[in-house]
Design a protein around this ligand. Structure first.
Ligand SMILES: [Zn+2]
Ligand SMILES: [Zn+2]
Length: 376
């Protein structure tokens, strides 16, 4: 908004030091006088003069072109009356309900000057029937469900469309009339000079329809507070804290309005054994000193059946063994993950007398020099 603010605050008349009723001649003279004074040729290296010159040129460009001047005057007039074409400045409750669309504005013509400014406003939409609020719910899933995907039920209390009137707000069997003020469009256009503003219709509140006898159950709101249980698909591989959007499961809109969305925040419980790395499962695999040195077949848990894995002789601590196909199950475009088992060599801390003697003998015999590279 700061970029736009500059424009709103720009007073081209003030820049040139002329009145708003200045004639084209007066504008021309004022420009020449200022341009002479601030021209960069006369002020070499003076940044302030350069900026000032830019300002003067811009003001002159607009004010000496009758068409541009008329449009500038028009927009200025509107800005004074409180309207900001960038949509800023008003909260919801502003004179146009916070949503105003400017139509019929030829951006091409004044593209350099106002184009960016109106870009935002043009993209806006006049307020129709109120859209329902978004809801947020939290769901806890276990590690396996998050990994493989699951459908989980979520209980929520929300404003749902009234079951009696089906959200129309009208007593069943009674007529709903098309709003005569807006012809059912829910919006009306106000013309102001070359601009036309589309705003929400006062008469029908943007619904486009007028209910003659309101529904007794929801008192015409079209909305009913209800407890519901909905099923939410948790995609495989979902991460803790992920937000899943369920369209249309937020609060119901007012009569005829779109419902909001439901955002489900997924909380994934950690697994006592496994971690996750994309489609791969991770696991710390403790092995004994002898298993690592001599090699062994060890049983490794997976999310399904345990598998037997060969530890090669001479396996070092920290070595990662990739157990193919034991990660995320294969699914559309994903999966076929592996189980990555990180070998943790466990050093025996309680030794029997015999074991100790054996290891002492081994220590005397052993010719390995694991710290050779540290010697200086
Ligand atoms: Zn109702
Ligand atoms: Zn209306």
């Amino acid at each position: 908004m700061n970029g736009n603010r500059a424009w709103f605050d720009k007073d081209f008349y003030k820049v040139l030091g002329v009145s708003e009723s200045a004639t084209p001649d007066e504008i021309k003279r004022a420009f020449r006088k200022l341009a002479q004074k601030h021209h960069p040729d006369r002020n070499p290296g003076d940044k302030a003069a350069e900026d000032r010159m830019k300002e003067i040129s811009e003001a002159s460009d607009v004010l000496s072109d009758p068409k541009k001047r008329a449009e500038y005057d028009e927009v200025r007039r509107m800005a004074r009356s409180g309207f900001r074409p960038d949509g800023g400045g008003f909260g919801p409750g502003g004179p146009f309900g916070g949503n105003v669309r400017v139509e019929g504005f030829d951006v091409g013509d004044l593209g350099d000057l106002f184009g960016g400014l109106f870009g935002t406003a043009r993209g806006g939409r006049a307020r129709g029937p109120a859209r329902g609020a978004d809801l947020e719910a939290e769901v806890r899933v276990n590690f396996e469900d998050a990994f493989e995907g699951a459908t989980v039920p979520i209980k929520l209390t929300r404003d749902a469309p009234c079951a009696t009137c089906r959200g129309t707000g009208a007593e069943p069997g009674t007529p709903v009339e098309t709003c005569p003020a807006c012809g059912g469009r829910g919006t009306v256009a106000d013309s102001q000079g070359m601009f036309s503003f589309v705003r929400s219709c006062d008469r029908c509140g943007g619904a486009g329809r007028i209910v003659t006898s309101p529904c007794k159950v929801c008192r015409g709101s079209g909305v009913q507070r209800r407890k519901e249980e909905i099923k939410v698909r948790i995609p495989a591989g979902v991460k803790d804290g992920a937000r899943i959007r369920v369209r249309g499961r937020g609060e119901a809109g007012g009569a005829g309005g779109q419902p909001g969305d439901l955002y489900v925040v997924v909380r994934v419980a950690p697994h006592p054994l496994f971690g996750r790395q994309g489609d791969d499962l991770t696991l710390d695999l403790p092995v004994t000193f002898t298993e690592a040195a001599l090699g062994a077949q060890v049983k490794v848990p997976t999310l399904a059946e345990p598998v037997t894995v060969k530890i090669p002789a001479g396996t070092q601590n920290g070595k990662v063994l990739r157990i193919r196909g034991r990660g995320a199950p294969k699914r559309k475009g994903h999966g076929d993950g592996d189980l990555l088992a990180t070998v943790r060599v466990v050093v025996p801390d309680k030794l029997s007398k015999a074991e100790r003697e054996l290891l002492e003998r081994f220590g005397e015999m052993y010719r390995g020099e694991p710290r050779a590279h540290l010697e200086v």
